[in-house]
Design a protein around this ligand. Structure first.
Ligand SMILES: [Zn+2]
Length: 282
């Protein structure tokens, strides 16, 4: 079989390979990877043009039209049990349940040492602050915006080294009784490195929070949100409409960190999922 690389040996061939690959590629992300913390793509048995309404865990789910067929794009929680799960498809009369399978995945465990003990065992005042901030973060990630064409093929928001992966089980300063999941992807880069929008989106919230420091929330539409944490500088304002590549701010080390990096979160149907599924690794 001829691959795009072998095709690319001639300029004409390369163009042919691009023409051949581009339209399919644009529709392929996020990838189907039905594991805890992953994304499931489920074909919907509907033939009409009107956008179907689909729910999972009482949350509205993103749908897209591919080759004249509707698909649901479902974010799967990290704490889900592997096995069969149900989606609800709302019909004109009543509703229909659709089953999809979630596979198992073993995530690694890592020990983290944070020199600032206050960040590991926060004071009462810090906890109070965190509980004031938490509902604001939750509300932002619950945003649903009708958006027929969601740009869900992302580019990496910063040039840097991928450090802590998504889903990692973390033990801070040897507190074995409190294993916490890492619900984002860490990209390490020097303070001041530009952080850019991975795709078209709207800035819906900017805040300075105890754990995540200076944080920007982007709304991509249909329950797809992304979060940029620990920024040293924010260069957008709430309400800004961004295109892929527009600068959001700079990498920093605000909030709970042990060095400058971007903590990048992607949320789909109010569920934090593996950001790598939205990136074309090629
Ligand atoms: Zn992180």
């Amino acid at each position: 079989m001829m691959t795009s690389t072998t095709l690319c040996k001639t300029i004409g061939g390369c163009l042919a390979a691009l023409l051949f690959l581009t339209p399919i590629q644009a529709l392929a992300l996020p990838q189907h990877n039905p594991i805890p913390g992953g994304v499931a793509i489920v074909d919907l048995p509907v033939s009409d043009e009107t956008t179907p309404r689909v729910f999972f865990n009482q949350q509205r789910v993103m749908v897209r039209r591919v080759d004249n067929k509707w698909q649901a794009v479902i974010g799967i929680p990290l704490d889900i049990k592997p096995g069969s799960h149900l989606l609800t498809l709302m019909k004109k009369q009543g509703s229909k349940e659709l089953a999809f399978k979630v596979k198992n995945k073993k995530y690694a465990t890592r020990h983290i040492t944070i020199p600032n003990e206050r960040m590991v065992s926060p004071s009462e005042k810090d906890i109070e602050r965190h509980f004031r901030e938490k509902p604001l973060i939750i509300a932002a990630l619950q945003t649903w915006t009708e958006q027929p064409e969601v740009e869900s093929n992302f580019i990496l928001p910063v040039k840097g080294r991928l450090t802590s992966p998504f889903g990692l089980k973390r033990i801070y300063n040897k507190q074995y009784d409190r294993i916490r999941r890492h619900t984002g992807l860490d990209i390490a880069a020097p303070t001041g490195t530009p952080v850019i929008a991975p795709a078209r989106a709207k800035v819906i919230r900017i805040g300075d929070y105890f754990f995540t420091g200076n944080t920007v929330f982007l709304d991509h539409g249909q329950g797809l949100l992304s979060m940029y944490c620990h920024l040293s500088k924010v260069s957008v304002k709430e309400g800004d409409e961004l295109k892929r590549g527009d600068r959001i701010g700079d990498v920093g080390s605000t909030g709970r960190v042990n060095g400058p990096h971007l903590h990048w979160v992607i949320s789909l149907n109010n569920t934090k999922v593996e950001p790598k599924l939205f990136i074309d690794a090629r």
